[in-house]
Design a binder for this molecule. Structure first.
Ligand SMILES: Cc1ncc(COP(=O)(O)O)c(C=O)c1O
Length: 388
């Protein structure tokens, strides 16, 4: 079974591997070459900023935060650093906050217990694997609506509302592979129209990047109080690690008593919880970085549009869909030869026939880098034409 699986991946160009690379600022060392990294989620360049790293080390040396918690949160693994983070985030969002070791743990564990027999989960077709695993593990009824299609979603609500006590709608605020926004305002309107609806929004790719202090897209749209459940990850724009979930106080208590990846795991090391709090402050001070990122992303999207590419993104995640796995691998090589590190994103991460190069921009990419990138995209267009 294992060898057949590997052979089939090799045959269809989808075999993946892990490679260690040194990274610094917007650069990555690749086989001895210094390339501009377009495959990181360090959107604000906070995670790879060595000055911030030094600042944190000085802050850390004045603290007694330990490097391991050696226990689960419910035993002796809750330290002052975890509580400090949760209190800070709770004050910012005006919701109860529960910290997790990762976004994957949070989504998969929470959704496994958030619904029961009387719940219907309605999930956007493109939500992340962590949420799908959670919903599937819950045993609750689950359907998917066409991507960002409010009409399709409402048809399902109307059809099933009599049969269920609650409907939990699940979406990402900024979609990780397409870089487009969920129609969050319209989802709030649906919730107001159908009181059995609850909204679950994953802000993995928008936390840090949008809204006041980088609190995310729900904050930017001023709908924080209308959204029941919000998941933010700390390992992307925040440049730290872990994740946190925002909900009401009763739900938090319920989750602490039921979520398996919260209960049955060693908690994040206190130094990481301290770092996460430290990075919340950095996000608050990162307004200029958010502005630069938005400007750079706008320039790259315009460049693609002008060249006739179909641009689905509205954010800093900008995919160039090239369809086949082979084309994505070739495209990735092309960008490497021209100084940019862009990994191919292939099936099964994206649907068959939608393999792509996913450009993840960073606030550290200045005007010169963005101009160089646009020039390479133009050459890439010719390369695609010739390769047809
Ligand atoms: C939309 C989305 N949610 C959740 C996760 C998981 O977050 P983490 O990397 O913290 O496990 C990811 C990871 O890429 C993601 O893209």
């Amino acid at each position: 079974m294992i060898s057949a699986f590997l052979a089939s991946c090799k045959a269809n160009g989808s075999l993946r591997s892990v490679n260690p690379h040194r990274q610094n600022d917007i650069y990555i060392d690749y086989n001895g070459e210094k390339l501009i990294n377009l495959s990181s989620n360090d959107y604000l360049n906070l995670g790879h900023d060595l000055t911030i790293r030094q600042e944190f080390l000085a802050f850390l040396s004045a603290s007694d935060a330990l490097f391991s918690s050696t226990s689960s949160r419910l035993l002796t693994g809750t330290f002052a650093e975890h509580s400090l983070f949760e209190e800070k985030a709770s004050k910012l969002f005006h919701k109860s906050c529960l910290m997790f070791n990762s976004g994957f743990d949070a989504n998969s564990g929470i959704l496994q217990v958030l619904g029961g027999k009387e719940t219907l989960f309605l999930a956007d077709k493109l939500i992340h694997a962590s949420m799908i695993d959670g919903i599937k593990g819950s045993g609750a009824k689950f359907m998917r609506f066409a991507h960002n299609d409010i009409e399709h979603l409402e048809t399902l609500i109307v059809k099933y509302q009599e049969k269920f006590k609650e409907i939990i709608i699940i979406t990402e605020a900024v979609f990780s592979m397409d870089g487009d926004f969920a129609p969050l305002n319209k989802l709030v309107l649906l919730k107001e129209k159908y009181p059995l609806i609850k909204l679950y929004v994953d802000e993995a790719h928008s936390f840090g990047v949008y809204g006041k202090s980088g609190l995310g897209l729900c904050c930017k749209l001023n709908i924080l109080d209308k959204v029941d459940y919000i998941l933010c990850t700390l390992g992307k724009a925040a440049g730290s690690c872990g994740a946190f979930f925002l909900c009401d106080a009763m739900t938090k208590e319920y989750l602490m008593n039921t979520v398996r990846p919260f209960i049955f795991t060693t908690s994040l090391p206190p130094v990481n919880a301290l770092h996460a709090s430290f990075m919340l402050n950095k996000l608050n001070e990162a307004e200029k970085r958010r502005e630069s990122l938005e400007k750079a992303a706008g320039q790259v999207r315009s460049c693609l549009k002008d060249l006739g590419f179909n641009v689905i993104s509205s954010s800093q995640i900008i995919p160039i869909v090239v369809n086949t796995n082979e084309a994505a691998v070739k495209g990735s090589e092309f960008f490497k030869e021209h100084g940019f590190f862009v990994l191919p994103i292939r099936h099964p991460t994206v649907p068959v026939g939608q393999a792509r190069l996913r450009l993840s921009l960073s606030a550290g990419m200045d005007e010169t880098v963005i101009e160089k990138l646009c020039a390479v995209i133009e050459k890439f267009k010719d390369f695609l034409e010739k390769d047809k």
